[in-house]
Design a protein around this ligand. Structure first.
Ligand SMILES: C[S@@+](CC[C@H](N)C(=O)[O-])C[C@H]1O[C@@H](n2cnc3c(N)ncnc32)[C@H](O)[C@@H]1O
Length: 328
């Protein structure tokens, strides 16, 4: 039987210890352990530095703190000796090799914790830029997962949409969480509308340098996005300039992500979707508190000045999103 230390002395570690039968547990690791540390689950609690002198087959990470990865990396513990646990109903042990995470990243059916585990693997943890890049925005993805759970549990009816899909990184997770609902994918699939981009520059909402720096989001296509969707038959691409691409669409929505960076499409999208949002549903507005896309906040303010206050909840994800919900 392989021997392991469990990194963590919290409720997750205890639960894992009590349920697992796969490994011989030698003890627990706690970042704050001292020589006087007491036992946990009747086993010794050791400091991470002691690991370099101990024999073991694996370390089981029973927490989700990136700092523990950095600690193990700094102690030169090889990645293949580290295993992750995570919750999805029941706690389960990911018992395959680290390659598993890389494969899972490309499979949006997997629990979001797998994305997180990937993001925190050594290769990525070594580079904070990459850890916090939007592809691995844990807070944003986890928030989506929790909102989806609320919608399902409370039987909130309605379909889904994303305005501003680009290459489908966020849309594919929406699609994976709602296999039985229609997902409308709104984008030009050719980048920003030049007039809208100019408006933001003229109004001082965005710096011209941003648009020269970025690729303008033109490097995508409907085919590419549809290939990434786990349930493509539930997806309806709405190609072209929003709101023209609505083409008279009438529907009720349970969750809509609006990620268009600019003032005009943000205002147009709120104007269209808020009245069609089911009670208990959610609008996710990306970049509301983003320093570079100031038009987003202005669009929300202008909408509120015209129609009244929205119920806004700020979120500490990378873009500084806000969630807007609606009471019944
Ligand atoms: C930041 S990207 C979206 C990223 C995507 N949500 C993700 O998480 O990977 C912004 C997108 O908004 C689209 N967009 C901006 N204004 C638009 C408009 N008026 N109509 C359609 N698409 C628009 C751009 O083409 C671009 O692909």
């Amino acid at each position: 039987m392989d021997s392991v230390y469990i990194y963590g002395t919290g409720s997750g570690a205890r639960k894992y210890f009590n349920h697992q039968q796969q490994f011989l547990v030698l003890g627990f690791i706690d970042s704050n352990a001292t020589a006087n540390s007491t036992t946990f689950c009747n086993l010794p609690v050791l400091a991470p530095t002691q690991l370099t002198e101990l024999a073991f087959d694996y370390i089981i990470l029973a927490n989700e703190y990136a700092a523990t990865f950095y600690t193990l990396r700094d102690l030169s513990i090889p990645l293949e000796k580290i295993k992750f646990i995570y919750y999805k109903g029941l706690m389960e042990v990911v018992s395959k090799e680290s390659q598993y995470y890389f494969e899972q990243y490309h499979n949006p059916e997997q629990p979001l914790a797998a994305y997180y585990s990937l993001a925190m693997s050594y290769q990525h943890a070594a580079n904070l830029e990459s850890l916090y890049s939007s592809e691995f925005d844990y807070v944003r993805f986890k928030l989506l997962e929790l909102l989806a759970e609320q919608i399902q549990k409370q039987n909130i009816n309605g379909n889904l949409a994303e305005v501003g899909v680009f290459r489908g990184t966020f849309a594919r997770v929406i699609n994976s969480l709602f296999a039985d609902r229609t997902l409308y994918l709104f984008d030009t699939f050719a980048g920003f509308n030049p007039t809208e981009r100019e408006t933001d520059i003229q109004q001082g909402y965005a710096e011209p340098a941003f648009f020269t720096r970025s690729n303008n989001f033109a490097d995508t296509s409907v085919e590419l996005v549809m290939q990434r969707m786990p349930h493509p038959t539930r997806c309806i691409p709405k190609v072209g300039y929003f709101p023209d691409s609505l083409e008279g669409l009438e529907d009720q929505f349970a969750l809509v992500s609006i990620d268009v960076d600019l003032y005009t499409p943000m205002l147009n999208a709120i104007e269209y979707f808020y009245p069609r949002l089911a009670a208990g549903g959610y609008l996710m507005l990306h970049d509301y508190n983003h320093a570079e896309f100031r038009g987003v906040k202005q669009a929300v303010a202008d909408y509120e000045a015209k129609h009244g206050k929205l119920a806004k909840v700020p979120v500490p994800d990378q873009g500084g999103s806000i969630i807007i919900t609606k009471l019944g």
